[in-house]
Ligand binder design. Sequence first.
Ligand SMILES: [Zn+2]
Length: 116
Amino acid sequence: MALSENDLQKLKLQLLKLKSEMIGAAETGEMAEEVVELDQARVGRLSRMDAMQAQAMSVETGRRRRLQLVEIEKALERIEAGEYGECLECDEDIHPGRLDAKPTATLCIACAEALE
Ligand SMILES: [Zn+2]
């Protein structure tokens, strides 16, 4: 196992922090979506188009955020199961530097590049 217990704890904390940031951002995002709806009821056509565009963007942002939240949850589950840090394709250890940059990574660099 390439990751020390210490590394694992650090990555776990990082994931938990990311998770709470995501949840916080989701709440703010939902508020923004509500504001757009209120605006739509009382503004003209042009502003309404702006508002619709802004809403489409916030829906897209929300979608990505939910996907990332799922990835974070899965990474935390792998930590609990003792499977964290192993490539899902080839079972090799994922480089700790890669996990540090992207704690939700599930593939080693070689497999990630092969799949691109
Ligand atoms: Zn691999």
